[in-house]
Structures are given as structure tokens and as C-alpha cells.
Design a protein around this ligand. Structure first.
Ligand SMILES: NC(=O)c1ccc[n+]([C@@H]2O[C@H](COP(=O)([O-])OP(=O)(O)OC[C@H]3O[C@@H](n4cnc5c(N)ncnc54)[C@H](O)[C@@H]3O)[C@@H](O)[C@H]2O)c1
Length: 134
């Protein structure tokens, strides 16, 4: 925003709080839309960048929302990539160190494959199948 970019922020506020954006509310280049990126994303006009940061990000949050976490990191990423492709925009994704599981190497270089337990407590699928409300 300080560099005068126009920013459209999509967030369904599942773990976020619109109050965190109060300092941007009256900024002429900033628009907020309450939107779930699991749904197809349509944006008018040109885009230079699509930045996908949408996901429950802390263990209590993704433990609470395992299916949503799976969906936003799969379908949401697919939708964000589709938007970037349609607009010929650059794409930026903030992954998570969860991708390395319980890493045995610190810090993790890009060449490290990780030490992952897909059925461990941090695997969203495990949490989802353990949920009685499934
Ligand atoms: N904070 C860190 O240290 C860190 C480190 C590495 C990676 N990351 C990753 O960066 C991303 C952002 O992290 P953060 O710390 O800013 O988290 P954050 O909780 O502040 O922001 C994530 C936002 O995503 C929104 N969201 C979740 N599902 C959504 C959906 N379906 N549609 C629209 N919005 C949705 C939430 O409401 C929340 O406001 C996450 O993917 C996280 O895993 C964060």
C-alpha cells in the first residue's frame, strides 16, 4: 500500500478479523471483500499479482477446521492459480513449514524433503477422519 499498489483483499474471516484492516479502510487503493476462495474467483480488470495467503495458519485453527484447511489449500490454491493464469499475473503462495512435517534439519533448505507423518496429528485428513461431525 505504501508503494501505491491497488490491492483487492479477499478473506472469509474464518480465522481473521476485519478490525486488523481498520488502518486500510479509508485508503483509496484498498478494497476488502468477504469472500471464500474455495469458490471460483472472478475479478474485473487486470491483475499484476495474485498472492494466496488464505488458510487457517495456527495449529488450534487448523485442528478446528481440518476440512476447510484441506479445501482452501487445494481448491483455493487451484482457484487462485486459475485467476493468475487468466490474468497472466505472477503468483505468490505462502506455504507452511508443516510441509516438512517434523523436520530433522534446521533451517530447512529447499532441497530438504522433510520428515512427514501424513497420519500424524498435524495431518488435516487425520483430524477430519477423527471428527465425529464428519
Ligand atoms: N505467520 C507465519 O509465521 C507463517 C509462516 C509460514 C507460512 N505461513 C502461511 O502464510 C499464510 C498466512 O499466514 P498468517 O500468519 O498471515 O495467517 P492469518 O491467520 O493472519 O491469515 C490467514 C487468513 O486467511 C483467511 N482465510 C482462511 N481460509 C480462507 C478462505 N477459504 N477464503 C478466504 N480467506 C480465508 C483467514 O480468515 C485469515 O484472515 C498461511 O497459509 C500460513 O500457513 C505463515
Amino acid at each position: 500500500m505504501k508503494e501505491d499498489w491497488e490491492v483487492l483483499c479477499l478473506d472469509n474471516l474464518i480465522t481473521g478479523d476485519e478490525a486488523n484492516l481498520s488502518h486500510l479502510k479509508d485508503h483509496p487503493g484498498f478494497t476488502f471483500e468477504n469472500f471464500n476462495v474455495i469458490n471460483p474467483i472472478t475479478v474485473e480488470g487486470e491483475l499484476d499479482w495474485v498472492m494466496h495467503l488464505a488458510s487457517p495458519a495456527s495449529p488450534p485453527d487448523y485442528f478446528k477446521h481440518p476440512i476447510h484447511t484441506l479445501k482452501v489449500n487445494s481448491i483455493g490454491t487451484m482457484n487462485a492459480l486459475g485467476l493468475a493464469k487468466a490474468k497472466k499475473a505472477s503468483f505468490f503462495l505462502t506455504s507452511t513449514s508443516e510441509a516438512y512435517g517434523d523436520p530433522l534439519v534446521h533451517p530447512q533448505p529447499e532441497s530438504y524433503w522433510g520428515n512427514v507423518n501424513p497420519i500424524g496429528p498435524r495431518g488435516s485428513m487425520t483430524r477430519a477422519s477423527a471428527s465425529p461431525k464428519r
